[in-house]
Design a protein around this ligand. Sequence first.
Ligand SMILES: Cc1ncc(COP(=O)(O)O)c(C=O)c1O
Ligand SMILES: N[C@@H](CCOP(=O)(O)O)C(=O)O
Length: 552
Amino acid sequence: MSNGVVANGGPAPTHTASQRYLSTRGSDSGLSFEDVVLKGLASDGGLYIPEEIPAAPEWESWKDLSFVDLAFNVLSLYISPSEIPADDLKDIICRSYSTFRSDQVTPLIPLQDNLYLLELFHGPTFAFKDVALQFLGNLFEYFLVRRNEGKTGRDRYHLTVVGATSGDTGSAAIYGLRGKKDVSVFMLHPKGRVSPIQELQMTTVLDANVHNLAVTGNFDNCQDIVKALFADPDINSTHKLGAVNSINWARILAQTVYYFHSYFSLARQHPGAFQIGDKVRFAVPSGNFGDILAGYFAHRMGLPVDRLVIATNENDILDRFWKTGRYEKQSAYGSAAEGGLEADGVKAHEDGVKETLSPAMDILVSSNFERLLWFLAYEFASSAGMDDEWNKKQASQEVARWLSHLKNKGGFGPVYKDVLEAARRSFESERVSDQETLDAIRAMYKDVGYVLDPHTAVGVEAAKRSAARSAGDGVPGVPIISLSTAHPAKFAGAVTLALQDEDGFEFDSKVLPPEFVGLDRKEKRVRDVANDWMAVRDLVKDEVEEELKGQR
Ligand SMILES: Cc1ncc(COP(=O)(O)O)c(C=O)c1O
Ligand SMILES: N[C@@H](CCOP(=O)(O)O)C(=O)O
């Protein structure tokens, strides 16, 4: 296909056909939006990407649109009316954002100087995941109602969602899917390694279709179990597995909207001073690389992005890649885990993951990085002057090779110089320690009275360093939008640690929203499971069977 593409050139947009999708590892191509949303992960283990990135035509004219209308325009570039009629898509979008507490959905807050905070936590579970998962929950429901029309009993398409969470995806997915017909949800979290509020948000949801599994292990173990289930042809075909993690393309797509929205908010806040067409920088607290990848897509669609600043905590595989061109689970230049140390008081597990104050980013391997790698490899292949099919094939082969090295040897790289240079043209990266996170929370509270959550603080610290670097290079003045990915009340421990000695600070009155009060007195449901994908597979099968018996 065809229309309005920036990735590979092509004619002007007409947007009558949906984008087609391919797997980053090359085995699948030509899939529809509905196929990739329901399948989640490709059968070769790859992630789905659009075959082309559409240019947003006349995006400048979207400046005064509401969030919902803007979302409709952005999503329509990827979903044609032949796949979801326009009125239905509008209805799905409206319902998804009617659950948010802010009428702007994702408001932009001026913090200081040229620094702005994009508050993404006004959805039901107080984290940025709601923006995509409210939409994805309604999208699943829409496709299932359509597929199951006139069908009864075992003929109905029943989706078995399996997801891994370090805390936020879990509750957002559960709130997006609880009580929905024809869907069961299994969320795996690392036992004891999510914050108390996050755990309560998940385990106090008692709907029959919601199943919380506490895995003895870390987040990467949970993610590996999910990927092993998707790779198992048996359960995948008998149980029609679905994904809610950012491996699901719909997650990334929905998140591109707030990059556009915040850009326009900035223009509206500064008429005259900030013109449409001026560049901005985005700083993004990063773990699985989904949120910042959405920014990359917005940029490729035409949004004037100067740089995307990756902000990692001490689990810094991304930062190390941007500095060295190597993507390795263990740091070659020494980590607390290798030395068995407790650097800066950070607990390092034998598995290499460090337990930090920003636990949602305690990730060894960032799954969405694979999608960026494909585009970088594609750009590199395109310089050889061959046809587009060849370029795509080359990119997929390269990605498959890199990912196989990651799996079998624990890493790959250094990548080709051109690939790293292309990565550095769009992105820069920063690593922020726990101590620096606490300092950032404290400084922002002292300076402007704003309470940052620890993940957001990692982003803000990175944003400030990025601004300082630009000023040093003689190019000051680019506004920076730092993404605020969670409400501070979700991470009481870190926030209290940072602010307990500040005059007048009191967590319950200053930070805690009424929605969290009394959560710990509610009934909970959760099952402990070993770090063993086959045990999880058997449990999922049994539980789905029970659920279906109860319904039919
Ligand atoms: C609060 C918070 N901030 C940042 C991140 C990192 O986002 P991503 O995994 O999309 O890079 C997460 C988890 O995904 C999160 O829950
Ligand atoms: N930080 C995440 C980890 C899963 O990331 P996802 O964006 O791929 O779902 C979480 O909160 O669960």
